[in-house]
Design a protein around this ligand. Structure first.
Ligand SMILES: Nc1nc2c(c(=O)[nH]1)N[C@H]1C(S)=C(S)[C@@H](COP(=O)(O)O)O[C@H]1N2
Ligand SMILES: [Mo]
Length: 330
């Protein structure tokens, strides 16, 4: 078993506290009247704080079990400040700081997710009910964008497979399609020059076995806090062995389907962005190498490191692609 279940207090101290913000308890919960947000997490938020810049709430880590991926323990966490200001979320613009500057208009509550398609029990479920049903875990995953930068992020979420089992897939369900919400306030959605280029809603897909792999998570938080809007609040996919664009944000619909779905980037340029998008140092992007990556950590300079096959998760996931030509199925 490669994932070790750990309690929060067993996590190496420096890992948890590498980011100052992680420790700063401002105790503003009551002042902010966070009850609305608190109810998103049911009774599980005992202690919460508001972060000055992003207005997120800290989640009481003692309430959850943490799966810590020990292989990335040697790396420092990417500072929270960087993970929440250097983003891709094209609904809010094309620049890296657009999501941070603009995503506050995203309305994340109330939030319903439709789960339909080839399932025996199609449902519309509120985020609140999802959180009551599925126990949260924290996992530190290495995150690798197709643009050759990477971060180490402590996600808080649950296994997507548990939700899929809950709706009972029919035997003809082979793939899972995800869609991001579309709201009128999203600047790019109404901007003709961007909308001509990217068709919203943003869509992504996984094969059913990939979706049910124990590493695949639906996340609601990061760094012990509720997901900031720019990172895909309130519900975001995390598939750590795939390039970042597979990690679709602000999910409002999950549909089980028979045929391989067309994802946003795949549709935009299938020669550059394949359906699989498994991190692979041996398959260059048509315009740049994927052999190395710039790790975004503390300080100004990027740390150049070698990219690992399947982003370091080869042991858990390579068997799903046995016999497949990874150069053709990029
Ligand atoms: N809805 C939606 N999801 C999205 C994107 C997007 O533009 N829209 N960008 C993707 C890309 S290209 C990356 S690299 C990651 C970035 O996640 P981060 O901003 O949390 O680092 O989100 C992915 N999910
Ligand atoms: Mo990306």
């Amino acid at each position: 078993m490669l994932l070790r279940i750990k309690k929060s207090y067993e996590i190496k101290e420096n890992l948890v506290t590498s980011e100052d913000i992680y420790n700063e308890r401002r105790n503003l919960l009551k002042k902010m009247g966070v009850l609305g947000l608190g109810s998103v997490f049911g009774v599980d938020i005992l202690d919460a704080e508001i972060n000055q810049t992003t207005k997120t709430i800290e989640i009481d880590k003692n309430k959850y079990f943490y799966d810590v991926d020990s292989r990335f323990i040697q790396y420092p966490l990417t500072p929270y400040q960087k993970a929440t200001t250097y983003n891709n979320f094209y609904e809010f613009g094309m620049q890296k700081d657009d999501p941070f500057n603009r995503a506050r208009v995203l309305k994340t509550s109330p939030w319903d997710v439709v789960i339909d398609g080839e399932v025996q029990k199609p449902i519309k479920i509120s985020l609140e009910d999802i959180l009551k049903r599925f126990k949260l875990q924290e996992r530190i995953y290495h995150f690798r964008c197709v643009e050759a930068w990477s971060m180490n992020i402590p996600w808080l979420g649950f296994q997507l497979g548990d939700l899929i089992d809950f709706v009972r897939p029919k035997s003809n369900a082979k793939f899972v399609l995800f869609e991001t919400v579309v709201q009128d306030s999203m600047p790019a959605v109404k901007n003709p020059s961007i909308a001509a280029y990217i068709k919203f809603p943003y869509k992504e897909g996984l094969r059913l076995d990939e979706a049910k792999n124990p590493l695949t998570m639906l996340t609601v938080g990061m760094y012990g806090k509720v997901l900031p809007n720019q990172n895909g609040a309130p519900l975001r996919l995390v598939v750590p062995w795939k390039y970042g664009f597979k990690n679709i944000k602000s999910i409002s619909r999950i549909t089980l389907v028979e045929k391989m779905p067309i994802s946003t980037w795949n549709k935009l340029d299938s020669s550059e962005y394949g359906f699989y998008a498994n991190v692979n140092p041996d398959v260059p992007h048509p315009r740049w190498s994927q052999a190395n990556e710039r790790f975004i950590g503390d300080g100004f300079s990027f740390n150049k490191i070698a990219t690992k096959p399947f982003n370091g998760y080869e042991q858990e996931v390579a068997k799903m692609y046995a016999g497949m030509d990874m150069k053709k199925n990029y």
